[in-house]
Design a protein around this ligand. Sequence first.
Ligand code: DON
Length: 304
Amino acid sequence: MNYKKIFKKIAEDLSTIKDKGEVANYIPELSTIDPAKFGIHLTTVHQEDYCLGDSEEKFSIQSIAKVLSLSFAYQLEGENLWNRVGVEPSGTAFNALFQLETDQGIPRNPLINSGALVISDILITHLDNPKEDFLKFVRDLSGNQSIEFCQRIATSEKATGHRNAALVNLMKSYGNIKNNIDEVLDFYFNLCSIEMTCNELSKTFLFLAEYGTSPFKKERILCKSKSKRINAIMQLCGFYDEAGEFSFKVGLPGKSGVGGGIVAIYPNKYSIAVWSPKLNKKGNSNKGIQFLELFTTETESSIF
Ligand code: DON
């Protein structure tokens, strides 16, 4: 399929519509990004590449990294993981507090902030050098040793991340955080600060299109069943209180981040990354979702 031609046509169509979103500013460093950036990269399971626009520019992947920390924790902890975090869609904002009180410190799923904080806690328990070991996992998985945390963004979020501090404290009071709170927050802010290009992001996530095997590491990261479950969680929880809308419009498992990135998976076919920094009211890339809706419609590549 000539994906490049389809990208161009959709990008042209979208350029005539006003992008109504707003760049995230609650993490001050994220607000400095040029709102007009727009990149796309698709990698097929046969490792054919198709791209458009600012696809080679690094951006902050933010919550997209939660899928990578979940995959690593699932590999290390196995099914015990689900004693500490659920697999239900939350139907709430990514940083909501109230649900956690009702649920007695057990997050609804690993992709909302509370869930990703519990996953961070689990990784800290397992790893000797949590940040270094996690970065190595991501680099090996993507076949790219140049992937880094961004200290500027991690520090900026640390200074303003009061809601995440509230979440982790609340969970600690219920006994669902085992390590030191500052260490958990530091790991989590670093995790979210990872920077990738659309090209790197689509390649990093290709293992979820390949039933758990990284084509770069040439190694199994997750067994088939675990890989299926990660995709299932992305399908139901990847866009918070817009997960239903994303399924409805796009029809692929995916994950967003407040840096404006979205990655989506078509199992056994491709992984696609889109970047456009303006976010809609639910905190997901406005143009990114519009693009993916038109793309899966045009290519008839929804999993449903
Ligand atoms: O914890 C936060 O608020 C950010 N580091 C990540 C949030 C995020 O990316 C939500 N995704 N759309």
